[in-house]
Design a protein around this ligand. Structure first.
Ligand SMILES: O=C(O)C(=O)C[C@]1(C(=O)O)C=C[C@@H](O)C=C1
Length: 360
């Protein structure tokens, strides 16, 4: 076949694809009507994961699963926009990693609103000014974002989905490497590039900025200044990348949570969901030598896999802690309900923070 003949075939396939896509979107619009009349959630994390899983299972190649995921992300984003325009609040300013994570989850067809603090995001979603919020929760090198954990204790919002984003940090500046005297970034980003900065810019002053995107704005204006930030921020502000991938660990990943007012449903199939909750042992923690072990037993006895536990001072009394726990399974699984009921018998606080698809 010659070039023109192949292109004609591609044109014909494109016509078919557009027709099929519009058929699919019309069905989503029908679902939207049903949801509006029955009060259902427009974004359904567990359904989206199931759609992606099925599509990937059927894929015979040569298209890569990652490409299919990205295409389906945009198809479902367009479907959501037809059902109802959604507003997503994220930790801003524009072009932060959180912005990128939010776009990875919700695609290009929804609206985004940059917020100054994680607390502002909680408030906007609680008041219904935004439909969902996207917040960073932990980084594979630097650990948890503590403000975010603390806010969950007081809020009624639920975690409805999680997002994993590989974070690449770049040195961004209008000046060449030799002329850089100051490096701006968010504390976590500076920490993630500590060794590279020590090796290549041992005399530069490291200065904390409120976000990686803000750091790029500063670096753009100040001669001799650079920022550590992602590619989205460099492109958004038109500042060149001087050195790529300067993070100390190649597989530097950040986990984000999507928070909403209503919980996500159970995924079809066991082991496809995760659940987060917060527990307080009250006075038992210091008084009873076995209290911590006792707290973990209701999960262990039922074969519920605990993937993370993190303690934070309650700030109510000295040496009083909140324990943030992630386990596999959904809140509606019978054994999860039993485990939580057991915990409630001896813990003054057991608060379910949400169940959400394990994959992302
Ligand atoms: O199944 C639904 O509930 C839909 O609204 C359809 C659809 C999709 O395009 O497949 C779109 C948005 C939801 O987040 C999940 C799935």
């Amino acid at each position: 076949m010659d070039l023109n003949a192949i292109r004609e075939k591609i044109d014909a396939l494109d016509r078919e694809m557009v027709a099929v896509l519009n058929e699919r979107l019309k069905l989503a619009a029908e679902i939207g009507k049903l949801k509006r009349s029955q009060g259902g959630q427009i974004y359904v994390a567990e359904r989206e994961e199931a759609v992606l899983r099925k599509v990937i299972e059927q894929n015979q190649g040569p298209i890569k699963n990652e490409a299919l995921r990205a295409i389906y992300r945009e198809i479902m984003s367009a479907a959501i926009a037809l059902e109802k325009p959604l507003l997503i609040a994220y930790l801003g300013p524009e072009a932060t990693n959180t912005h990128q994570a939010a776009m990875k989850k919700f695609g290009a067809s929804v609206d985004y609103h940059a917020m100054a603090t994680i607390s502002d995001i909680f408030t906007a979603v609680e008041k219904g000014e935004s439909d969902y919020g996207v917040i960073p929760i932990e980084n594979s090198t630097e650990g948890s974002v503590r403000d975010a954990l603390d806010l969950f204790v007081e809020s009624d919002l639920k975690i409805v989905a999680q997002i994993y984003l590989e974070i690449s940090h770049h040195l961004i500046s209008n000046s060449p490497l030799e002329a850089i005297e100051r490096v701006y970034s968010k504390d976590q980003a500076l920490a993630q590039c500590r060794h590279w900065l020590q090796r290549h810019l041992p005399h530069a002053q490291l200065i904390e900025a409120s976000s990686t995107a803000r750091a790029v704005q500063i670096a753009k204006e100040e001669p001799g200044a650079a920022a550590v930030a992602g590619e989205l921020a460099a492109t958004a502000h038109g500042v060149p990348i001087v050195a790529k991938n300067i993070q100390d660990k190649a597989d530097n990943t950040t986990r984000f949570f999507v928070v909403g007012r209503k919980p996500s449903g159970r995924s079809t199939g066991d082991g496809k969901d995760m659940t987060s909750f917060v527990i307080s042992l009250g006075d038992q923690a210091s008084a009873n030598p076995g209290a911590l072990l006792k707290m973990l037993m209701p999960m262990a006895e039922r074969g519920i896999n605990l993937s993370k536990i993190e303690s934070r001072p309650s700030k109510k009394r000295p040496w009083d802690y909140y324990f943030f726990v992630d386990v596999t399974g959904h809140f509606e699984d019978p054994k999860m309900k039993e485990a939580l009921a057991d915990l409630q018998r001896f813990c003054p606080l057991v608060k379910w923070l949400g169940s959400y698809p394990a994959m992302s």
